[in-house]
Design a protein around this ligand. Structure first.
Ligand code: BGC
Length: 910
């Protein structure tokens, strides 16, 4: 396509981005890296745009300090995370920037991007004049939940002055919601979020220029215990993990037209009072008592004579962080779909979707007390509370002489599909209109989409997306409902590749990794926490654990593959090397000490309900397989970072470990000591078979295992991400598809037949007869087994990248009777899209490769050509392929390959 002057159509640069920051407001770094991608105008005919590659770029900077302004011309094809070209930013400095790119032709210069703005946070500790303030009075007995507090302060802005700008820098020891002159500041929920508060405390920056006025003003904030002082942990958890006093740290800076900057910060001159929220806990829920409300406390002129004084606390010793992480906020509203009266007479609302967040009540009449109890499932038509363990998940609102409008809790959240309403005022019945679920999670940008011709597979994918949303709440958690909701390291390690495709996880995972390494490196033995932030090690003696602690290497590495962020690898490098060099406990052959307990292939469906770690695959074998793999990855990371000595050392170690693994576990014929789906899938995926003959033997063994399992899944956390890729890799994608399409328990689709709307922790959390699994691990919203999404994106959809999407590997493997699949990824270089369809004996692919990137395509051909596939390299632009294709027999029968196992059950996937 050419423009009016007959030149090839040029792409337009996107608005540049600062680091991974969602909006550039409050960056924590004086030399923020910049990223942009290129796109074509909406009316362009994408099929004819041709290829475009950047040769150079200009960045124009306008800084507050004119000396920092200027245009920088850089000869480089890079457009993702390029170095800051200007002078160092200083604290609070605001800049705007724009970019344009140069193509390969001499006069090929794109138009300028839109301006992007950024403002720096407070880089130095000295910039904080505020001190944390806590109540000088103790309001509750020792060792019980801390009642939320309100802090306030009034101040005057001279009437004769205009306000040029106002910024609020704010955080809490607890979770807060701030107000200025009666209006809520921002829309963050559970701010400042959960970090490893002893090491790192995040603060937020708000532009409050429009909220501050001339004359009398008031600033206030309500602080709940959140993760800071609340009951958090496993086995019931413990209180006061970080401290016993709720505190607020706030600094309001108002720039006046005479250049004066008024600073109003938390100090002894503030006042404090208990909140009308009488109780608020993450696990148990919140109680609001309108009878204790002090109307107008957030407004100027409020009579606060009865309020208590505050005391100043020492400034935190943790680093103050302006992080790249998007805030937690309400992202969607969901209305209930039905009301049921249960056999015991309770009123239950069904929201039709297992969501995470809380419920807003439209109106409560005076003198009522209503409680909302939340649960994920119904058992015998009543609320299924057992999976929640000790978490009460109950919010209560008590009204006084007035009605209460649009009430919802502030400092708690729940995972639920069902809500039981207790105490609804007599004489009326609650209706669907009375309640709205507010879906709440870290507001990451959506990046990846997948759909195909099978509705059940699409529903599975949708459930995985819902599960991810509900479990990314400030940290990547295991579950959102019971008394855990913790940053279990193994869970995000296995789900990472799927997560990084679905959403922009750089902010949240980058932040989480900084906590993870801080906690690990603070220990002499360099054993990382098993959950991060760590609220376990006060009572648990850390022992090294494969898979979970391998997150030190694999979470940053997978994130690097998705983002190309090499600095992240550099930042995490000591954590990675310390894990392998110091923390792992090894046997004489340098594999794992075989006497150590390993969580291994956790929640293998064959493990007893009460012992999810006692699966059929040896935990030490699984740990050893991972050890060989992560050692090889660390060799690659070292090479990427230019650490040549380490690269050689780890590469050599990997070979020795691989040989030791073969010695420990693989017979010369290629039989693995553990004859299980998980063990063999991991050995295939991690390339642990020394010879091709042994690999062939493994392929046959996998086939036998999958067939003798009658296509049921036989894997847990470790084996699940590997089983379908291993079947594909061994040239048996039809078996992978057949497993994917299985609907009997245990399988990916079985929960769908039971009405699941998220991914379950266990394959059989709800048993086929509708009863609950008798075990303890009974979350109905756990993302780990949703790791299969990576196979959907990479193998069914055919999109994968290992260098931050500069090079896109396109290798769809059709099967399973699917007639089409469409996969889209809006990544660092722009939108990549692959759409394929099978028409008779033709396979047709349409591929969109964004400007400044390239693709390497491997097309599915006739079966006889398997293993001999041609690689087609293409530049950016639109590409179409139409090739002869012989679909695999579907559904597969014994005749599809030499082995014919017991196929006693007919395939019923259609
Ligand atoms: C969590 C898991 C976690 C496991 C490890 C469970 O309680 O919910 O997802 O990985 O413990 O022990």
């Amino acid at each position: 396509m050419r423009d009016s002057s007959n030149k090839p159509l040029q792409p337009v640069p996107s608005t540049p981005r600062f680091e991974h920051h969602p909006d550039g407001f409050g960056i924590g770094n004086s030399r923020p890296r910049l990223s942009w991608s290129f796109f074509y105008p909406a009316d362009a005919d994408l099929k004819s745009v041709g290829s475009w590659t950047q040769r150079a770029y200009d960045i124009e900077i306008k800084a507050e300090d004119a000396a920092g302004s200027g245009t920088h011309h850089i000869e480089s094809s890079e457009s993702a995370l390029v170095p800051w070209p200007g002078a160092d930013l200083i604290s609070k400095e605001a800049v705007i920037i724009r970019v344009r790119g140069y193509g390969q032709e001499k006069d090929d210069i794109t138009q300028w991007s839109s301006w992007a703005s950024a403002e720096a946070g407070l880089f130095e500790r000295e910039r904080w004049s505020a001190l944390p303030i806590a109540s000088s009075k103790k309001f509750e007995a020792e060792d019980v939940t801390l009642r939320p507090l309100r802090f306030r302060k009034e101040f005057t802005v001279p009437l004769e002055r205009d306000i040029l700008k106002a910024r609020l820098y704010i955080t809490a020891f607890g979770v807060y919601e701030a107000h200025i002159n009666g209006s809520r500041v921002g829309d963050h929920v559970l701010a400042p979020g959960w970090t490893s508060y002893h090491h790192r405390l995040a603060y937020q920056i708000f532009d409050v220029t429009a909220m501050v006025k001339k004359g009398q003003n008031s600033i206030g904030a309500e602080v709940g215990e959140g993760w800071y002082g609340g009951l958090i942990g496993i086995r019931g958890g413990q209180r006061f993990n970080y401290g016993k006093e709720l505190a607020l740290l706030a600094q309001l800076e108002i720039t006046l037209d005479n250049g004066e900057v008024m600073v109003k910060h938390t100090d002894h001159s503030w006042q404090c009072h208990t909140s009308a929220i009488t109780n608020s806990e993450i696990y148990n829920g919140e109680t609001y008592d309108m009878r204790e409300e002090q109307y107008g406390w957030e407004m100027p002129g409020f009579d606060s004579t009865a309020w208590a004084s505050v005391k100043e606390l020492p400034f935190t010793s943790a680093s103050m962080i302006a992080s790249d992480m998007a805030p937690t906020r309400v992202t969607e509203e969901v209305k209930p779909v039905s009301i049921t009266i249960t056999p015991s007479g309770k009123t239950i609302f069904d929201f039709g979707q297992n969501v995470v967040g809380f419920v807003r009540i439209k109106r409560l009449p005076p003198h009522s007390k209503v409680s909302l109890v939340h649960a994920e499932v119904l058992v015998d038509q009543e609320m299924g509370m057992r999976p929640l363990r000790n978490a009460k998940c109950t919010d209560t609102a008590i009204t006084a002489d007035n009605e209460l409008l649009h009430w919802c809790p502030k400092f708690t959240y729940h995972g639920f599909r069902y809500m039981q309403v207790n105490g609804w005022p007599e004489g009326t019945t609650p209706s669907l209109e009375d309640f709205t679920a507010l879906v709440t999670h870290t507001d990451m940008k959506r990046r990846g989409w997948f759909k195909c011709s099978n509705d059940l597979v699409n529903k599975l994918h949708a459930n995985i997306v819902w599960g991810m949303r509900g479990n990314f709440v400030s940290v990547p958690t295991d579950c959102p409902q019971r008394d855990e909701r913790l940053g279990w390291t193994g869970d995000i390690q296995v789900f990472g590749p799927a997560a990084n495709f679905l959403y922009d996880t750089n902010g949240i995972l980058g932040n989480w990794l900084a906590d993870f390494s801080a906690e690990q490196l603070a220990r002499d033995d360099k054993i990382p926490p098993l959950i991060c932030p760590d609220v376990m090690s006060s009572w648990w003696t850390p022992t090294p654990q494969a898979i979970w602690h391998d997150a030190t290497i694999l979470v940053p590495y997978n994130l690097y593959q998705a983002s190309g962020d090499i600095f992240l690898l550099r930042r995490q490098y000591v954590s990675m090397t310390s894990w392998l060099d110091t923390a792992i406990r090894r046997g004489s052959d340098r594999l794992w000490d075989p006497t150590l307990w390993q969580l291994g292939d956790w929640v293998d469906p064959a493990a007893p309900p009460s012992q999810p770690g006692l699966g059929r695959t040896d935990g030490v074998l699984v740990a050893d397989a991972y050890l060989v793999y992560v050692t090889g990855i660390l060799a690659d990371v070292s090479a990427l970072l230019g650490e040549a000595h380490d690269a050689r050392r780890y590469a050599a170690d990997k070979e020795k470990l691989k040989a030791a693994f073969a010695h420990r576990y693989i017979t010369p014929a290629g039989n693995l000591a553990n004859y299980t789906q998980a063990a063999i899938a991991l050995a295939v995926q991690f390339d642990l078979y020394p010879t091709a003959a042994q690999r062939d033997n493994a392929a046959v063994a996998l086939m036998r295992l999958v067939k003798t399992a009658q296509y049921h899944v036989s894997t847990g956390f470790a084996g699940t991400p590997a089983i379908l890729p291993a079947l594909t890799r061994t040239g048996q994608p039809w078996l992978a598809y057949r497993m994917l399409m299985e609907k009997h328990c245990p399988s990916w689709l079985y929960p769908l037949t039971m009405g699941a709307t998220t991914i379950w922790e266990r394959w059989d959390a709800l048993m086929p007869d509708g009863s609950l699994n008798p075990g303890q691990m009974l979350s109905f919203n756990h993302y780990a087994l949703g790791s299969v999404a990576a196979w959907l994106h990479e193998t069914v959809g055919g999109l994968v990248s290992s260098d931050g999407w500069r090079t896109i590997d396109v290798r769809p493997v059709p099967g399973g009777g699917l007639t089409w699949a469409e996969t889209r990824f809006d990544g660092p270089f722009g939108v990549v899209e692959a759409k394929w369809r099978v028409e008779g004996s033709r396979f047709k692919l349409e591929l969109q490769v964004p400007p400044n990137s390239r693709a390497i395509i491997v097309l599915p051909m006739q079966k006889k050509e398997l293993g001999e596939k041609k690689k087609i390299k293409v530049a950016s632009g639109w590409h179409a392929f139409d090739v002869e294709f012989e679909p695999d027999e579907w559904p597969p029968t014994g005749s599809i390959n030499k082995y014919s196992g017991p196929l006693s059950k007919a395939c019923d996937c259609f």
